[in-house]
Design a protein around this ligand. Structure first.
Ligand SMILES: *[C@@H]1O[C@H](CO)[C@@H](O)[C@H](O)[C@H]1NC(C)=O
Ligand SMILES: *[C@@H]1O[C@H](CO)[C@@H](O)[C@H](O)[C@H]1NC(C)=O
Length: 336
Protein backbone atom coordinates (compact mmCIF):
# COMPACT_ATOMS: atom_id res chain seq x y z
CA UNK A 1 0.00 0.00 0.00
CA UNK A 2 1.41 3.39 -0.93
CA UNK A 3 1.99 5.87 1.84
CA UNK A 4 -0.51 8.15 0.08
CA UNK A 5 -3.21 5.49 0.37
CA UNK A 6 -2.32 4.97 4.03
CA UNK A 7 -2.57 8.68 4.63
CA UNK A 8 -5.93 8.89 2.90
CA UNK A 9 -7.27 5.97 4.90
CA UNK A 10 -5.97 7.48 8.11
CA UNK A 11 -7.61 10.80 7.25
CA UNK A 12 -10.80 8.95 6.40
CA UNK A 13 -10.86 7.19 9.75
CA UNK A 14 -10.09 10.43 11.53
CA UNK A 15 -12.90 12.19 9.67
CA UNK A 16 -15.41 9.49 10.55
CA UNK A 17 -14.27 9.59 14.16
CA UNK A 18 -14.71 13.35 14.28
CA UNK A 19 -18.06 12.94 12.60
CA UNK A 20 -19.46 10.71 15.29
CA UNK A 21 -18.37 12.96 18.12
CA UNK A 22 -19.43 16.26 16.61
CA UNK A 23 -22.08 17.75 18.84
CA UNK A 24 -25.65 17.68 17.59
CA UNK A 25 -27.41 20.25 19.69
CA UNK A 26 -30.61 21.90 18.57
CA UNK A 27 -33.13 24.12 20.28
CA UNK A 28 -36.91 23.88 20.14
CA UNK A 29 -38.64 27.09 19.16
CA UNK A 30 -41.83 27.37 21.20
CA UNK A 31 -44.09 30.36 20.62
CA UNK A 32 -46.47 30.48 23.61
CA UNK A 33 -45.59 34.02 24.60
CA UNK A 34 -47.09 37.44 23.97
CA UNK A 35 -43.74 39.21 24.18
CA UNK A 36 -41.53 37.14 21.89
CA UNK A 37 -39.36 38.50 19.08
CA UNK A 38 -40.51 38.18 15.48
CA UNK A 39 -39.80 34.91 13.69
CA UNK A 40 -37.15 36.69 11.61
CA UNK A 41 -35.40 37.97 14.73
CA UNK A 42 -35.65 34.57 16.40
CA UNK A 43 -33.99 32.87 13.45
CA UNK A 44 -31.27 35.53 13.39
CA UNK A 45 -30.68 34.68 17.03
CA UNK A 46 -30.29 30.98 16.14
CA UNK A 47 -27.76 31.95 13.49
CA UNK A 48 -25.78 34.39 15.62
CA UNK A 49 -25.51 31.74 18.34
CA UNK A 50 -24.52 29.04 15.86
CA UNK A 51 -27.55 26.89 16.74
CA UNK A 52 -27.74 24.56 13.75
CA UNK A 53 -30.88 22.55 14.52
CA UNK A 54 -34.41 23.77 15.30
CA UNK A 55 -37.56 22.02 16.40
CA UNK A 56 -40.71 23.80 15.25
CA UNK A 57 -43.92 22.50 16.84
CA UNK A 58 -46.04 23.43 13.85
CA UNK A 59 -45.33 24.75 10.35
CA UNK A 60 -45.42 28.42 11.29
CA UNK A 61 -45.32 30.08 7.87
CA UNK A 62 -43.40 33.17 8.98
CA UNK A 63 -40.73 31.01 10.59
CA UNK A 64 -40.46 28.82 7.49
CA UNK A 65 -40.15 31.93 5.30
CA UNK A 66 -37.36 33.21 7.54
CA UNK A 67 -35.61 29.82 7.39
CA UNK A 68 -35.43 29.87 3.58
CA UNK A 69 -31.86 29.51 2.41
CA UNK A 70 -30.46 29.03 5.91
CA UNK A 71 -28.37 26.06 6.98
CA UNK A 72 -30.47 25.38 10.06
CA UNK A 73 -31.80 21.81 10.03
CA UNK A 74 -35.47 21.68 10.91
CA UNK A 75 -37.69 19.22 12.73
CA UNK A 76 -41.25 20.32 12.05
CA UNK A 77 -44.33 19.01 13.80
CA UNK A 78 -47.75 17.89 12.73
CA UNK A 79 -49.58 19.23 15.78
CA UNK A 80 -51.87 16.95 17.74
CA UNK A 81 -54.77 19.13 16.61
CA UNK A 82 -53.88 18.37 12.96
CA UNK A 83 -53.63 14.60 13.37
CA UNK A 84 -57.26 14.04 12.45
CA UNK A 85 -56.76 16.03 9.23
CA UNK A 86 -53.68 14.18 8.00
CA UNK A 87 -55.02 10.80 9.14
CA UNK A 88 -58.35 11.33 7.38
CA UNK A 89 -57.04 10.77 3.85
CA UNK A 90 -53.94 10.49 1.72
CA UNK A 91 -55.15 13.57 -0.07
CA UNK A 92 -54.99 15.53 3.18
CA UNK A 93 -51.53 14.30 4.07
CA UNK A 94 -50.28 15.10 0.55
CA UNK A 95 -51.79 18.54 0.92
CA UNK A 96 -50.06 19.05 4.31
CA UNK A 97 -46.69 17.98 2.94
CA UNK A 98 -47.12 20.05 -0.22
CA UNK A 99 -48.05 23.25 1.64
CA UNK A 100 -45.57 22.99 4.52
CA UNK A 101 -42.61 21.09 3.11
CA UNK A 102 -42.48 20.97 -0.68
CA UNK A 103 -43.15 24.70 -1.13
CA UNK A 104 -40.18 25.38 1.15
CA UNK A 105 -37.68 23.50 -0.99
CA UNK A 106 -34.90 25.81 0.28
CA UNK A 107 -35.48 24.88 3.94
CA UNK A 108 -33.41 21.98 5.28
CA UNK A 109 -36.06 19.71 6.73
CA UNK A 110 -34.67 16.72 8.56
CA UNK A 111 -37.63 15.33 10.52
CA UNK A 112 -41.38 15.55 10.63
CA UNK A 113 -42.65 14.79 14.12
CA UNK A 114 -46.19 13.53 13.77
CA UNK A 115 -47.84 14.22 17.13
CA UNK A 116 -46.19 15.24 20.37
CA UNK A 117 -46.62 13.31 23.62
CA UNK A 118 -49.87 11.72 22.52
CA UNK A 119 -51.29 9.77 25.46
CA UNK A 120 -51.79 6.13 24.38
CA UNK A 121 -55.00 5.99 26.41
CA UNK A 122 -56.45 9.02 24.59
CA UNK A 123 -59.17 7.27 22.62
CA UNK A 124 -59.48 10.17 20.15
CA UNK A 125 -55.86 10.95 19.31
CA UNK A 126 -53.96 7.72 19.87
CA UNK A 127 -55.63 5.72 17.06
CA UNK A 128 -54.70 8.51 14.62
CA UNK A 129 -50.93 8.51 15.15
CA UNK A 130 -50.01 5.38 13.19
CA UNK A 131 -52.28 6.30 10.29
CA UNK A 132 -50.95 9.86 10.24
CA UNK A 133 -47.36 8.56 10.28
CA UNK A 134 -47.93 6.28 7.29
CA UNK A 135 -49.88 8.94 5.37
CA UNK A 136 -47.21 11.59 5.90
CA UNK A 137 -44.44 9.15 5.04
CA UNK A 138 -46.22 8.22 1.81
CA UNK A 139 -46.46 11.87 0.82
CA UNK A 140 -42.80 12.53 1.68
CA UNK A 141 -41.75 9.60 -0.50
CA UNK A 142 -44.09 10.67 -3.31
CA UNK A 143 -42.46 14.09 -3.42
CA UNK A 144 -39.01 12.52 -3.60
CA UNK A 145 -37.94 13.48 -0.08
CA UNK A 146 -37.92 10.00 1.44
CA UNK A 147 -34.17 9.95 1.99
CA UNK A 148 -33.90 13.48 3.28
CA UNK A 149 -36.75 13.63 5.78
CA UNK A 150 -37.41 11.05 8.49
CA UNK A 151 -40.97 10.74 9.78
CA UNK A 152 -41.51 9.90 13.45
CA UNK A 153 -43.47 10.83 16.58
CA UNK A 154 -42.36 12.31 19.90
CA UNK A 155 -43.14 10.39 23.08
CA UNK A 156 -42.70 11.22 26.73
CA UNK A 157 -41.39 8.79 29.31
CA UNK A 158 -44.79 8.11 30.92
CA UNK A 159 -44.98 5.25 28.39
CA UNK A 160 -42.23 3.50 30.34
CA UNK A 161 -43.07 1.03 33.09
CA UNK A 162 -40.03 -0.74 34.54
CA UNK A 163 -37.12 1.70 34.63
CA UNK A 164 -34.53 0.45 37.08
CA UNK A 165 -31.80 -0.37 36.43
CA UNK A 166 -31.66 0.89 32.81
CA UNK A 167 -31.26 -2.62 31.35
CA UNK A 168 -34.69 -3.48 32.81
CA UNK A 169 -36.40 -0.63 30.95
CA UNK A 170 -39.67 -1.64 29.31
CA UNK A 171 -42.81 -0.04 27.93
CA UNK A 172 -45.93 -0.46 30.07
CA UNK A 173 -47.92 -3.51 29.01
CA UNK A 174 -50.97 -1.35 28.32
CA UNK A 175 -49.14 0.87 25.80
CA UNK A 176 -47.74 -1.98 23.69
CA UNK A 177 -50.77 -2.07 21.37
CA UNK A 178 -50.08 1.63 20.68
CA UNK A 179 -46.29 1.70 20.49
CA UNK A 180 -45.47 -1.64 18.82
CA UNK A 181 -46.88 -0.73 15.37
CA UNK A 182 -45.13 2.65 15.63
CA UNK A 183 -41.82 0.92 16.37
CA UNK A 184 -42.38 -1.43 13.42
CA UNK A 185 -42.96 1.66 11.26
CA UNK A 186 -39.69 3.21 12.48
CA UNK A 187 -37.79 -0.02 11.82
CA UNK A 188 -39.23 -0.33 8.30
CA UNK A 189 -38.31 3.27 7.47
CA UNK A 190 -35.00 3.49 9.34
CA UNK A 191 -36.31 6.42 11.37
CA UNK A 192 -35.47 7.36 14.96
CA UNK A 193 -37.87 7.51 17.89
CA UNK A 194 -38.21 11.05 19.27
CA UNK A 195 -38.18 11.13 23.07
CA UNK A 196 -38.72 14.06 25.42
CA UNK A 197 -36.33 13.53 28.35
CA UNK A 198 -36.62 15.52 31.58
CA UNK A 199 -34.37 14.51 34.46
CA UNK A 200 -35.75 17.63 36.16
CA UNK A 201 -39.20 16.09 36.56
CA UNK A 202 -37.79 12.72 37.65
CA UNK A 203 -35.77 14.53 40.29
CA UNK A 204 -38.59 16.69 41.69
CA UNK A 205 -40.91 13.67 41.72
CA UNK A 206 -38.43 11.64 43.73
CA UNK A 207 -35.74 13.75 45.46
CA UNK A 208 -35.29 11.03 48.10
CA UNK A 209 -33.85 8.44 45.74
CA UNK A 210 -32.40 10.81 43.12
CA UNK A 211 -29.67 13.29 43.99
CA UNK A 212 -29.46 16.73 42.44
CA UNK A 213 -25.90 15.94 41.36
CA UNK A 214 -27.04 12.81 39.49
CA UNK A 215 -29.78 14.84 37.78
CA UNK A 216 -27.46 17.71 36.75
CA UNK A 217 -24.42 15.75 35.50
CA UNK A 218 -22.28 16.69 38.52
CA UNK A 219 -22.00 13.40 40.35
CA UNK A 220 -18.28 12.77 40.96
CA UNK A 221 -18.63 9.01 40.49
CA UNK A 222 -20.88 6.25 39.19
CA UNK A 223 -24.28 6.20 40.88
CA UNK A 224 -25.90 3.19 39.23
CA UNK A 225 -23.86 0.16 38.18
CA UNK A 226 -25.89 -1.95 35.77
CA UNK A 227 -23.90 -4.96 34.63
CA UNK A 228 -21.05 -3.62 32.51
CA UNK A 229 -22.58 -0.14 32.34
CA UNK A 230 -21.94 2.57 34.91
CA UNK A 231 -24.30 5.54 35.11
CA UNK A 232 -23.01 8.84 36.39
CA UNK A 233 -26.00 10.91 35.27
CA UNK A 234 -29.76 10.48 35.08
CA UNK A 235 -30.04 11.68 31.47
CA UNK A 236 -28.04 8.68 30.21
CA UNK A 237 -30.03 6.37 32.45
CA UNK A 238 -33.35 7.60 31.05
CA UNK A 239 -32.20 7.38 27.43
CA UNK A 240 -30.87 3.85 28.00
CA UNK A 241 -34.11 2.83 29.72
CA UNK A 242 -35.88 3.73 26.48
CA UNK A 243 -33.23 1.85 24.44
CA UNK A 244 -33.90 -1.21 26.61
CA UNK A 245 -37.64 -0.77 26.10
CA UNK A 246 -37.13 -0.54 22.31
CA UNK A 247 -35.06 -3.75 22.36
CA UNK A 248 -37.94 -5.59 24.02
CA UNK A 249 -40.52 -4.22 21.59
CA UNK A 250 -38.96 -5.16 18.26
CA UNK A 251 -36.75 -2.10 17.77
CA UNK A 252 -33.26 -3.03 18.96
CA UNK A 253 -31.60 -0.83 16.31
CA UNK A 254 -33.98 2.11 16.40
CA UNK A 255 -32.08 5.24 17.30
CA UNK A 256 -33.30 7.79 19.83
CA UNK A 257 -33.32 11.50 19.12
CA UNK A 258 -33.94 13.57 22.24
CA UNK A 259 -36.63 15.93 20.99
CA UNK A 260 -36.82 17.96 24.22
CA UNK A 261 -34.75 18.35 27.34
CA UNK A 262 -34.29 21.27 29.69
CA UNK A 263 -34.45 22.67 33.19
CA UNK A 264 -36.53 25.62 34.42
CA UNK A 265 -34.84 28.59 36.05
CA UNK A 266 -37.70 29.62 38.34
CA UNK A 267 -41.24 28.86 39.40
CA UNK A 268 -40.91 25.62 41.38
CA UNK A 269 -38.75 23.41 43.54
CA UNK A 270 -35.13 23.01 42.33
CA UNK A 271 -35.93 25.43 39.51
CA UNK A 272 -33.08 27.84 40.07
CA UNK A 273 -30.90 29.76 37.68
CA UNK A 274 -27.80 27.90 38.88
CA UNK A 275 -29.34 24.44 38.58
CA UNK A 276 -30.62 25.24 35.11
CA UNK A 277 -27.28 26.62 33.97
CA UNK A 278 -25.45 23.59 35.37
CA UNK A 279 -27.82 21.14 33.70
CA UNK A 280 -27.79 22.86 30.32
CA UNK A 281 -24.05 23.49 30.13
CA UNK A 282 -23.30 19.90 31.07
CA UNK A 283 -25.99 18.63 28.70
CA UNK A 284 -24.41 20.41 25.75
CA UNK A 285 -20.95 19.13 26.67
CA UNK A 286 -22.21 15.59 27.27
CA UNK A 287 -24.39 14.94 24.20
CA UNK A 288 -21.49 14.21 21.89
CA UNK A 289 -20.31 11.22 23.92
CA UNK A 290 -23.39 9.03 23.73
CA UNK A 291 -24.81 6.84 26.49
CA UNK A 292 -23.33 3.67 28.03
CA UNK A 293 -25.51 1.54 25.74
CA UNK A 294 -24.59 3.62 22.66
CA UNK A 295 -21.13 4.96 23.46
CA UNK A 296 -19.20 7.23 21.13
CA UNK A 297 -22.23 8.25 19.08
CA UNK A 298 -23.52 11.77 19.55
CA UNK A 299 -27.05 11.98 20.92
CA UNK A 300 -29.00 14.42 18.80
CA UNK A 301 -30.61 16.63 21.40
CA UNK A 302 -33.04 19.53 21.17
CA UNK A 303 -32.92 21.82 24.19
CA UNK A 304 -36.27 23.02 25.43
CA UNK A 305 -36.76 25.88 24.74
CA UNK A 306 -35.51 28.98 22.94
CA UNK A 307 -37.45 31.59 24.96
CA UNK A 308 -39.30 31.89 28.23
CA UNK A 309 -42.95 31.52 27.21
CA UNK A 310 -45.25 33.55 29.44
CA UNK A 311 -48.48 32.06 28.07
CA UNK A 312 -47.58 28.54 29.09
CA UNK A 313 -49.32 26.87 32.02
CA UNK A 314 -48.66 25.86 34.73
CA UNK A 315 -46.17 28.37 36.13
CA UNK A 316 -43.25 25.94 35.93
CA UNK A 317 -43.58 25.76 32.13
CA UNK A 318 -42.89 29.48 31.73
CA UNK A 319 -39.21 29.44 32.65
CA UNK A 320 -37.51 26.89 30.40
CA UNK A 321 -36.10 29.50 28.01
CA UNK A 322 -32.44 29.69 27.06
CA UNK A 323 -33.06 33.33 26.16
CA UNK A 324 -35.24 36.03 27.65
CA UNK A 325 -37.94 37.42 25.35
CA UNK A 326 -35.69 40.48 24.83
CA UNK A 327 -33.17 38.06 23.24
CA UNK A 328 -30.61 38.37 26.03
CA UNK A 329 -28.93 35.05 26.75
CA UNK A 330 -29.71 33.55 30.15
CA UNK A 331 -26.84 31.07 30.48
CA UNK A 332 -24.37 32.13 27.83
CA UNK A 333 -24.34 28.62 26.38
CA UNK A 334 -21.93 27.68 23.64
CA UNK A 335 -23.88 25.36 21.35
CA UNK A 336 -21.06 23.76 19.39
C1 LIG B 1 -57.70 17.05 -2.18
O1 LIG B 1 -57.08 18.18 -1.56
C2 LIG B 1 -57.18 19.37 -2.33
C3 LIG B 1 -56.33 20.44 -1.61
O2 LIG B 1 -56.69 20.58 -0.29
C4 LIG B 1 -58.66 19.75 -2.49
O3 LIG B 1 -58.77 20.92 -3.26
C5 LIG B 1 -59.40 18.60 -3.15
O4 LIG B 1 -60.76 18.88 -3.20
C6 LIG B 1 -59.19 17.29 -2.40
N1 LIG B 1 -59.76 16.18 -3.12
C7 LIG B 1 -60.49 15.24 -2.52
C8 LIG B 1 -60.95 14.14 -3.41
O5 LIG B 1 -60.76 15.26 -1.34
C1 LIG C 1 -33.63 41.32 29.27
O1 LIG C 1 -34.58 40.74 30.17
C2 LIG C 1 -34.00 40.26 31.37
C3 LIG C 1 -35.11 39.56 32.16
O2 LIG C 1 -36.22 40.36 32.26
C4 LIG C 1 -33.34 41.36 32.14
O3 LIG C 1 -32.75 40.87 33.30
C5 LIG C 1 -32.27 42.02 31.24
O4 LIG C 1 -31.70 43.11 31.90
C6 LIG C 1 -32.87 42.45 29.92
N1 LIG C 1 -31.79 42.89 29.05
C7 LIG C 1 -31.88 43.98 28.28
C8 LIG C 1 -30.70 44.28 27.43
O5 LIG C 1 -32.87 44.68 28.26
Amino acid sequence: MSSMATLLITLGLLASFLDTTESQIGVSYGMFGNNLPSETDAISLYNSNDIRMMRLYFPNQAALQALRGSNIEVMVGVQNSELSYVAASRNNSFDWVWRNIVTYSDVKFRYISVGNEVNPSDGTLAPLVYIALTNIREAVVFYGLGNQIKVSTAIDTTLIGANYPPSQGAFKAEVRAYIDPIIAFLVANNAPLLVNVFPYFSYVDNPVDISLAYATFTSPSIVVQDGAHGYQNLFDAIVDVVYSALEKAGGPWVEIVVSETGWPSAGASAATFNNARTYLRNMVAHARWGTPKRPGRAIQTYLFSMFDENNKEPQIEKNFGLFYPNQTTKYNLCFN
